[in-house]
Write a protein that binds this ligand. Sequence first.
Ligand code: ADP
Length: 486
Amino acid sequence: MTKFLAIDQGTTSSRAIVFSSEQKLITDSQQEYSLSYPHDGWVEANPVDILNTVNETINNVLNKTPEAISSCGITNQRETTVIWSSKTGEAIYPAIIWQDRRTHNLCNELKSKGYEKMVREKTGLVIDPYFSATKIKWILDNVEGARKKAESGELMFGTIDSFLLYNLTKEKVHLTDVTNASRTMLFNINTMDWDQDLLKLFDIPDSILPEVKPCDGEFGTLVTEGKEIKINGVIGDQQSALVGQTCFKSGDMKSTYGTGCFLMVNTKKDIIKLDEGLLTTVGYQLNNEVNYAIEGSIYSCGNIIQWLRDKMEFFQHASMSEEYLNNNGSSNNVHFLPAFNGLGAPYWNSEVRGGFYGITQDSSKADMITAAFKSICYQTRDITELLQENNIEISSLLIDGGMTANSAFCEMLSCVLQENILKPANIESTALGACVVAQIGEGESIDSIQSNIEETYEPRHDMKDFFDSDYHSWKQYINKTISNIK
Ligand code: ADP
């Protein structure tokens, strides 16, 4: 039986999964690694930890799989930036994680100089620290000697896919795929190439950039413990979930609830640019065809649950959070502002920080936990409302990611949105997408890939009025807090 290896390098852990050609999980391995928060708004990881956890999980699954693996697909946290020496392979600075906000002054400066329109036209993105460009510039400007070395061709930049490809392949390739490139803020999604104007704007020499390939391109040969497997799939994690959920038609939408939450709608060949806070990005390039997507990015999602568990010590396991959700949706007027690292779509504010509001002597742990979960649903509603206002037709709402293991949350989400929500049997759509891309790279047709929806959550219509008014109260807190900062 043909088997595929999927590598899923996420924000909190690395996973390797062996799938069958029918996309059934055969064996998997997962290892967490830690992030560090050296200053307010800074988020870093040690690239060696990332590499080691990937290597160990690959070896774990290969040791359990005596049969040959046909090919390998890689999916990864996007935007996270690594710069390494082309001589030694060593990173010259920790990986700056996508959540890191250290460059917000630079972003504000570029916005005040009026570059927003040009960047939006070329990349589909808003100027924000989230994307790689200002992170690269920060490293080149702040690590001693880095800029000089970059200019003399001694450094390589990559998002995590490129860093892994360089370190895992026999050929030591310096490559990326179109989806990861489209998140750097240096890639022109109209011409599908690195953009010289943007490189000039961010003062980045093009010698450090990887070559860009379609998602189903040839990415070299993975060598590990004497085994060689060709890599013919690379795709950023959110785009991977889009593929894993078989969102191949225009209007198909998926929403992934992991560390952050990302909604993505396939718009096929149309590059639709919306004004307010939603991004336009490359969905995937498979069989020589580029599909675009609209994305709503929410920074804080599952990490809120981790914080409630680890810092507030409200429960021991994320799964126990379910017991504390008030089943009528009420948090007795307690609201949570989910902004540990600022807010993404549609607010795009780096300075705002989180908070609980409306707490009284009667407020309970359950109220606070319920408020935190509702804030995730309400951020989703922010984005679906924006899509509706912009007349983007959604044909289905598919969910996945670690948080969707929580049925009470899925029910709450369906009630808040007043929509049917579909959940697949395998909520690890991200890893599945990497397998599918590798299969397509092997010649499999897109049409043969089947969706694996298992569960539908239907909204309780009697809760519509309550959630409408509760959502508007929450939004008032958010707007007031943001206007206080300004
Ligand atoms: P990532 O790929 O971003 O690392 P995952 O998709 O693996 O994230 O999801 C992990 C997140 O899901 C964690 O932040 C965790 O807090 C959250 N999570 C996992 N199980 C549950 C649960 N039963 N209820 C709520 N949140 C959960």
